[in-house]
Design a protein around this ligand. Structure first.
Ligand SMILES: [Mg+2]
Length: 190
């Protein structure tokens, strides 16, 4: 990789649409609801929880997850701008096939080499130039650990009260990736 710039991208709610898919299939109580906390498992009914866990045990569920709107074009723009894409994704350990399915999904939809898929929750240990994630705890730990890099909050109802560090931008959707790339380069020339 040498001196190539690295963009670290989260997968769920950044590249694939996990939450809205499982809610549409299994969680009537949250359909159309803007949940203000990341851990939506904690606010569903016991019956819905069983339905979600059962559904997520099926490898096909992970294989068929939809791509986030605009994500493929957005990743293409990052690559065209010289970023090498690394995916940092937290595991769903209750499904033993999850990792295998995730490698396959990322290769199929984004042409990501499995060697560029880093599985784990300690994302702040990964070095990079640009970091895009939706989960509050990843954003608030990665940003201060990489003060010279740009952190991008993928906007969701549960991450709007984050107090961002100065190296942070918010992206409503992938349609805004041009502004993010511009912001990245603006920071480099300051
Ligand atoms: Mg995520």
């Amino acid at each position: 990789m040498g001196l190539e710039r690295i963009a670290i991208l989260d997968c769920d709610e950044v590249l694939c649409t996990l939450r809205d898919t499982i809610v549409a299939e299994c969680v009537p109580s949250l359909q159309g609801v803007e949940v203000p906390i990341w851990d939506y498992f904690s606010v569903v009914t016991p019956e819905e929880l069983v339905a979600m866990r059962t559904r997520m045990k099926d490898p096909l569920f992970w294989r068929k997850l939809p791509v986030e709107p605009g994500a493929q074009a957005g990743v293409q723009k990052l690559r065209a701008d010289g970023f090498h894409i690394v995916v940092a994704t937290a595991p769903y350990r209750s499904n033993k096939m999850w990792g295998y399915e995730r490698y396959g999904w990322l290769a199929k939809h984004f042409d990501i080499d499995p060697d560029d898929v880093l599985i784990g929750n300690r994302k702040h240990l990964i070095d990079g130039d640009l970091f895009i994630d939706d989960r509050p705890e990843h954003i608030v730990t990665w940003g201060p650990s990489h003060p010279n890099s740009l952190v991008v909050i993928k906007d969701r109802s549960y991450n709007r009260d984050i107090i961002p560090s100065t190296n942070t931008r918010r992206m409503a959707n992938w349609g805004e990736i041009d502004c993010i790339i511009e912001a990245y380069h603006g920071r480099q020339t300051r």
